[in-house]
Ligand binder design. Sequence first.
Ligand SMILES: [Zn+2]
Length: 238
Amino acid sequence: MLDSNSETLRRVLKADWHLASFDSTCWSAQVSNAFNGLQISAMFKQKMLRATQVPTQEFICDLRFKHLKVWREADFSCPRAVNKKAVTYHKWCGSSESGPKGSPFSIPSYLYKDLDKHVLRNFSRFRLRAHHLRVEFCKLHGGSSICDQRECGEVQDEKHVLFFCKCAEVCELRMRYRDLCEGMLKTLRVFAPSSSEFIPFLTCHHSITDFEINAFLNQGSYRLLKFVSDLVSILDTG
Ligand SMILES: [Zn+2]
């Protein structure tokens, strides 16, 4: 609009700028308010009100910084302490190379794979916490977030069902995908009767870091995607 050769348009714009000081519904006031929350919002507002060009690159960088606030806050949060989807996604599921930590955002690589739709859907549901695990299910339907398997006794979240849950079906699944899981579960092997025996779960005495969970879920292999999809299917049936 600033570069327009229309005298009428420039007059309309100028009138709208005058209106902005006492009418919050006019176009200029709404654009000015849209700058709120940016680091250098005052400068952008000044430029707009003086009818000078807003520096596009600075605006884009500032806007991106603002949008990434949710991930900066998640950096200092623990998924189990705050129970927020964004924190869980950031710490356990998001790709450290191209996900929310990166800038600009790029599409996760698994979405480019030629996958069965059911696998694709289930894996996405797991990453975005759109599943039937107790940690999410109890928010909508009430009840406890503790795993209903008698021997478990901890919150049924992604970390629990991936490595700690003692549900027979989940353990059998880990046995079928032993090549994927034994690296994460190997700490228990020293307690196994023989070095070749595989125990398909961890106990409360073991710990897995957020970084290890993230690396496990971002392997990108088809077997990992299939493993998670099968896990979601088991949990869907309760
Ligand atoms: Zn369990």
